[in-house]
Design a protein around this ligand. Structure first.
Ligand SMILES: Nc1ncnc2c1ncn2[C@@H]1O[C@H](COP(=O)(O)OP(=O)(O)OP(=O)(O)O)[C@@H](O)[C@H]1O
Ligand SMILES: [Mg+2]
Length: 366
């Protein structure tokens, strides 16, 4: 097992595309780190450089303290699971899992021990004699993971391993992967474009965008304390609302004015932080769950105002209310038992303890 260090790593493809623009990341031994971001942001490129499948243009990568820039993939002691994992169709599950070890001339007994152990962890012992064509998608995915586990590598690398599975199976395998990591504890770097997968699996999430790292942190930290507009909007579903607003300094107290004229007071704990934004245009950021029907007002820093729902979406455990403030779409989350109707004004409460102000030019959260 090992830590992975990524230092000032750059990848420029031929033709001048800079896919990765000098990123730094320290991954601890046993840690499960997820790289997440939109298509083309450089996730796979980063993973493939760790694996050695892609040459590094600049900077260095170390695994377990050894710089691996010039070490070929097979000598890096990593195991990779891709989206398109190809199992050998003519081999049994056992043989598929044993194959890599056989090539590396492991003793038969040791191979048997490792395959049986991996099969137990993945709950596929009864399938060891089957051929891949006699397996379901999820079972095949388990075998692909089994091949990685038997190698007992220093690092697991996953590139969107679940994206070929249907939604239900994806959720099931996600739990499975987490369980496996809790058992084997191998340092893992996992790539996905799905923020829910990232949040649920990761010890730390790395949000990438256009070849840079926007923010690194535990899931809850990214959710509650995003540092940029990009992270604020990418993590969380439905996404955070961004409402164009103005910060004003009136009679010693800061307030934020929304496009429909509603003003909300800035909580005292934040006035020092937002003072420099006085007189400026900002984006007022608030998550749907912090914009809800008025229920318990026993908390500080709640602002109540009237808005008119335009679209109501019952989700079962919650109801989403959509409305527009002078062109800015706003989503609110209310209790399914709360009566709400399109076109009928109702009272909403904004929990300002969870508000964000964003500089629209730099995209930084203030
Ligand atoms: N072999 C290549 N030659 C030139 N450009 C490439 C090559 N591979 C990737 N790129 C470019 O590098 C950028 C990053 O690609 P990468 O595959 O790392 O993205 P990704 O974050 O994994 O996206 P996705 O979610 O779509 O898999 C993209 O702009 C892509 O077009
Ligand atoms: Mg990719």
């Amino acid at each position: 097992m090992a830590q992975v260090s990524i230092r000032k790593v750059v990848k420029a493809y031929e033709g001048g595309v800079q896919a990765v623009k000098g990123i730094d990341l320290e991954i601890a031994d046993h840690e499960f780190v997820v790289l997440v971001g939109p298509s083309g942001c450089g996730k796979s490129t980063t993973l493939r450089m760790i694996a050695g499948l892609e040459e590094i243009t600049g900077g260095e990568i170390a695994i377990g303290g050894t710089v691996v820039n010039d070490i070929p993939p097979r000598d890096r002691d990593i195991a990779m699971v891709f989206q398109n994992y190809a199992l050998y169709p003519h081999m049994s599950v056992y043989e598929n899992m044993a194959f890599g070890l056989t090539l590396r001339k492991f003793p038969k007994e040791e191979i048997k021990r490792r395959v049986e152990n991996a099969a137990r962890i993945l709950d596929i012992t009864p399938l060891l004699d089957r051929k891949p064509k006699a397996l379901s998608g999820g079972q095949r995915q388990r075998v692909a993971m089994g091949r990685a586990i038997v190698r007992d590598p220093k690092v697991f690398l996953f590139d969107e391993p679940l994206s070929n599975l249907d939604a239900k199976l994806r959720v099931q395998m996600r739990t499975e992967i987490k369980k496996v990591h809790q058992t084997v504890k191998t340092t893992t770097v996992y790539v996905t474009h799905d923020q829910v997968e990232a949040m649920t699996l990761a010890d730390r999430v790395v949000v990438m965008n256009h070849g840079i790292i926007e923010q690194v942190g535990p899931p809850q930290e990214l959710y509650h304390h995003p540092k940029t507009r990009f992270v604020a909007g990418f993590i969380g579903s439905p996404a955070m609302n961004f409402i164009p607003a103005r910060v004003e300094n009136g009679s010693g107290a800061l307030r934020v004015t929304l496009p429909n004229g509603i003003t909300v007071p800035v909580p005292e704990s934040r006035t020092a932080r937002y003072q420099t934004a006085a007189g400026r245009e900002v984006l007022f950021g608030i998550r749907p769950e912090h914009l809800t029907e008025v229920k318990n007002l026993d908390r500080d820093n709640i602002a109540v105002f009237e808005l008119t729902p335009e679209v109501i979406e019952p989700m079962g455990m919650e109801t989403l209310v959509h409305l527009w403030l002078q062109g800015a779409e706003v989503c609110c989350r209310i209790d399914p038992t709360t009566p709400a109707e399109p076109g009928r004004p109702m009272q909403f409460a904004a929990d300002l303890n969870h508000m964000h102000l964003i500089d629209p030019e730099s995209g930084k959260v203030l």
